[in-house]
Design a protein around this ligand. Structure first.
Ligand code: HAM
Length: 419
């Protein structure tokens, strides 16, 4: 019979890898708590309109990459391709802004984009990120940029670089877009059908076109948006830069960094790793002051970022020690009469002594069970056979020095409590 395989662009995380994820997730929780950010979790799917109205209908994500379907009730649904929109939807729906003037939120989650799979690019991938609602001030932009950068540094990544830019408020965009259209219309015949559509509807998206020729034309011809932003936008950006300068974080100002999602206003930034190859973006984010209102809430400034967990783990791969964590006790059970008392004892030790105990469930020989205890790096084994059952005892073996003692069953818990 044919074996069923996982879907292209998805990955199974096997036990020799999941421990890396667990450690990273613990660090993310701890780090965010240090900054006073609280976790938010949103459903795996949303109404498709949420992404069309936020990420934007001319973006690659909405245009080509969403997993969308009509369910049995006729609802148009989408597996979430990103989290800024769902978190903003939840912020508005639960009126989080009413109980608190500032909401500092973070998440760790799985996302879905139907991109062409390659190293560092999957169709199901994971992000951790933050979204802050309430502050319009540059120190909030700087806080999250510093967070993203120092978190990646704290993991030992030293080949990372930060690029920042500002794309100004949406109010200035009209004039800039007309100029772009006038200039780029000359090259219309060189653009793909999708880029022609972008040229007409949202030429800013041409900066992150996947078509190399288009990107080259845009980069060589188009003026940067930085030349068109307002005095206030510039001041905001200068203030973000000034805080970053004081914090000692190195960055470059990349005037072409517009990012591939429509909701951004003012600050945009990306952190890249030189060890990643072509998919080198570890983290991206920016300000999106108009999104809350655009999705039906009361106007609230907001800023956030998201980092790809698979890509972080890829860059860490060389440093990861695949050491076996030890377990406390392996329970060796040699007669069928020992199974039930052995499992009970194991449970009592777990509950009362807070130790890890693995019990034998393969009915192997004494020798192979002892070999298994060694393989698992157990600190102790507890051996229960026919003789022990008769005398209501168990043998406790210290696996480090080989010492064995025979002990009454009812004294074992105390023995391990005392350590
Ligand atoms: P994004 O740039 O689309 O931004 O994604 C952020 C990060 O997710 C990327 O830098 C990359 O590390 C990772 N990533 C994206 N697509 C894939 C993929 N197919 N496979 C593996 N990793 C991937 C956003 O999603 C915005 N919501 C970020 C944000 C939050 N802006 C404001 N708040």
């Amino acid at each position: 019979m044919n074996k069923i395989r996982n879907i292209k662009g998805t990955k199974d995380l096997l036990p020799d890898t999941t421990f890396i994820w667990q450690e990273l997730e613990e660090k993310i929780h701890h780090f965010n708590q240090q900054f006073g950010y609280k976790e938010i979790r949103t459903p795996a799917f949303e109404e498709s309109d949420l992404f069309k109205r936020s990420v934007g209908s001319e973006t690659d994500i909405v245009n080509k990459e969403m997993y969308s379907w009509i369910d049995q009730g006729g609802n148009n649904l989408t597996l979430k391709p990103e989290l800024t929109a769902p978190v903003t939807r939840a912020y508005i729906q639960h009126e989080l802004g009413k109980s608190n003037p500032i909401n500092k939120l973070y998440y760790i989650d799985a996302l879905f984009r139907r991109e062409r799979p390659q190293k560092g690019r999957q169709r199901q991938f994971h992000q951790f990120g933050v979204e802050v609602f309430g502050s319009k001030f540059p120190e909030q932009d700087a806080e999250i940029i510093i967070m993203a950068f120092t978190f990646l540094q704290s993991l030992g990544l030293d080949d990372i670089s930060l690029e920042i830019n500002t794309i100004g408020s949406k109010s200035i965009r009209g004039a800039y877009i007309t100029i772009l259209q006038d200039l780029l219309n000359k090259y219309r015949q060189d653009f793909s059908a999708i880029d022609k559509q972008r040229l007409d509807k949202n030429p800013l998206r041409l900066f992150d076109s996947k078509d190399l020729k288009c990107r080259e034309i845009v980069n060589e011809t188009a003026p940067t948006i930085y030349d068109y932003i307002s005095k206030e936008d510039r001041l905001h950006f200068d203030n973000v830069c000034s805080i970053l300068n004081d914090s000692g974080i190195q960055y470059t100002h990349n005037q072409k960094l517009v990012r591939g999602l429509d909701y951004y206003t003012r600050t945009t930034f990306e952190i890249k790793s030189s060890s990643l190859g072509s998919q080198d973006a570890l983290c991206g984010g920016g300000r999106y002051d108009e999104l809350v209102e655009q999705l039906g809430g009361t106007s609230t400034p907001a800023v956030g970022f998201a980092a790809g967990i698979e890509r972080i783990i890829m860059t860490l791969e060389n440093q990861i020690q695949r050491s076996h964590k030890s377990i406390d006790i392996f329970m060796i059970l040699i007669s069928s009469d020992a199974l039930s008392p052995g499992m009970n004892l194991a449970n009592n030790i777990r509950n009362k002594c807070n130790l890890s105990v693995i019990t034998e469930t393969l009915r192997r020989s004494m020798r192979s069970q002892m070999r298994e205890a060694n393989r698992l790096n157990a600190n102790y084994s507890i051996i229960i056979g026919e003789d022990e059952i008769k005398s209501n005892t168990a043998i406790i073996k210290n696996m480090q020095n080989g010492e064995q003692i025979n002990m009454d069953m009812d004294k074992i818990i105390n023995y391990f409590i005392k350590g």
